[in-house]
Write a protein that binds this ligand. Structure first.
Ligand code: NAI
Ligand code: MG
Length: 474
């Protein structure tokens, strides 16, 4: 771990086995920090805010972010290998992940020198000079999930450092290896001690200690809704600022006028990319009745052709699920849906001697109130549904009939319909004729129970600042 500028090999809370999901074998163990180590990390961050980092020039913060990006670049392949080993994802995906993470550090380095307040007038006849200052939030606790380990590190750390905060970051206990390598890499850079701290361990242990710590000013959390609600409630005790990026049941809507081959390919990618372990996975496919059979048959055809296997095999398109427990959750969700009346078009469990594999699955379930239509599964499981007629508002109501609001996409050639859908969908991101793409400068986050606050873009940087108003009587 990295605490106060020093690499710490031992967790005083013990150790946790790190598992290769392709084999079920133990790779190594990772440290479990105890409460005192979390406290040391938080205090180191608080001290860093009072020292050289707290008054660093913006150019210095930018340099730190560029240095991190350069070091990641030089070591990119080993980060990709580690995430495939630890998470199971195909090496092609892990390679895209590290490239995207490096881009995030470079993009956010640019923001460090561009954080400004505004000037205003107050009172009559220029009686006042008023302006705002954007100051760093202070000590930030960051908790990330296991589906995009290195990308999540970049999305959390980079904007916080650009804004001038000091950070204590906890990776998911299921995928901490790339975070620990990141810690070792950062320890070799010219960054004041305490600015970046990486502590590993379980959620209820290390994660909870961070959320509860009185010296933490802001918490940024990505993960499940259950944990997110607990984080929000707990943070409220000391009025910590909170960003929550939670799950979804993101709909993909296909109209008959769409480029159907493209829609089919996109819909399959939207749910099967990264084993469906994606918060914005397009897990609910809503297709107009006129093209329903063609589209779902096309998606099922693609699902059957996807090669499921070890992430290191260059043929693999869908790797193992993250853990045995998660494989159990996904299997149970599909079995329950079928018992409940859903029709299975393809997929289900995959027979292997070892590893946590599950086949790309397509279900048809038209009942909107069925559990499988409403709840996030977080695996390669698509539920397809049809709609009738040309009433766009009815489709929008259907799309919005969910507790979530992270992503929604529409496939159509009708530009008016696309824009009206974008306005009507209660969703943090709306895609038109695509699904899943991100841009560094495009804010990302949820409506409703998908969370609040935004990552990426200027909004992410500003979220790590406090806004101060200064009013000068002239
Ligand atoms: P989780 O929300 O429990 O874990 C995410 C992170 O939060 C991990 O780093 C974990 O150690 C930490 N955590 C857990 N309990 C905590 C606590 N009390 N205080 C502070 N931190 C805590 O998610 P989990 O158990 O890994 O996955 C369960 C389900 O959550 C998945 O099946 C999926 O549906 C959903 N999920 C959604 C994600 C998303 O990106 N929206 C990411 C991961 C999971
Ligand atoms: Mg692992």
């Amino acid at each position: 771990m990295l605490i106060d500028g020093s690499l710490v090999p031992e967790g005083r809370g013990g150790e946790i086995a790190s598992i290769d999901p392709a084999t079920g074998q133990v790779i190594t163990t990772i440290p479990e920090a105890d409460h005192l180590q979390v406290d040391e990390a938080v205090r180191a961050a608080a001290t860093a805010m009072l020292g050289r980092w707290g008054s660093a020039r913006a150019e210095e913060r930018a340099r730190v972010l560029f240095d991190i990006a350069d070091r990641l670049d030089a070591d990119a392949h080993s980060f990709a290998l580690l995430d495939t080993l630890d998470n199971g994802k195909p090496l092609t995906t892990a390679t895209e992940d590290i490239a995207a993470a490096i881009e995030t550090f470079r993009y956010m380095a640019g923001w460090a020198t561009k954080i400004n307040g505004r000037t205003m007038s107050m009172g009559e006849n220029g009686a006042f000079h008023a302006y705002t200052l954007r100051q760093p939030s202070g000590v930030v606790g960051q908790i990330i999930p296991w589906n995009f380990p290195i990308v999540s590190i970049a999305w959390k750390l980079a904007p916080a450092l650009a804004a001038g905060c000091a950070v204590v970051l906890k990776p998911a206990e299921l995928t901490s290896l790339s975070a620990l390598r990141f810690a070792a890499l950062v320890a070799g850079l010219d960054i004041p001690p305490g600015v970046i701290n990486i502590v590993t361990g379980t959620g209820p242990g290390v994660g909870a200690a961070l959320v509860e710590h009185p010296l933490v000013d802001r918490v940024s959390f990505t993960g499940s809704g259950v944990t997110g609600r607990w984080v929000a409630q707990t943070a409220a005790a000391t009025m910590k600022r909170v960003t929550l990026e939670l799950g979804g049941k993101s709909p993909v809507v296909v109209f008959p006028d769409a480029d159907l081959d493209h829609a089919i390919e996109s819909a399959a990618n939207a749910i099967f990319f990264n084993q469906g372990e994606v918060c914005t996975a397009g897990s609910r496919l809503l297709v107009h009745r006129d093209v329903f059979d063609a589209v779902i048959d096309g998606v099922a055809e693609r699902a059957k052709r996807l090669s499921v296997g070890d992430g290191f095999d260059p043929e693999t398109e869908v790797g193992p699920l993250i853990s045995e427990a998660h494989l159990g959750r996904v299997s149970h969700a599909v079995e329950a849906a079928i018992r409940d009346g859903a029709e299975l078009l393809c997929g289900g469990p995959v027979k292997r001697d070892s590893g946590f594999f599950y086949g790309p699955t397509v279900l048809v379930e038209n009942r909107r109130d069925a559990k499988v239509s409403r709840e996030e599964i977080f695996g390669p499981v698509l539920v397809a549904q049809s709609f009738d007629g040309d009433d766009l508002q009815a489709v929008i109501d259907d799309v919005n009939d969910t507790l979530y609001g992270l992503g929604a996409s529409i496939f159509t050639r009708d530009i008016t319909r696309a824009h009206r859908f974008a306005i009507g969908a209660k969703s943090g991101t709306v895609w038109v004729n695509t699904h899943l793409d991100h841009g560094q400068d495009v804010p990302f986050g949820g409506y409703k129970q998908s969370g609040y606050g935004r990552e990426l873009g200027e909004e992410a940087v500003l979220s790590y600042t406090e806004l101060k108003s200064v009013k000068v009587r002239l």
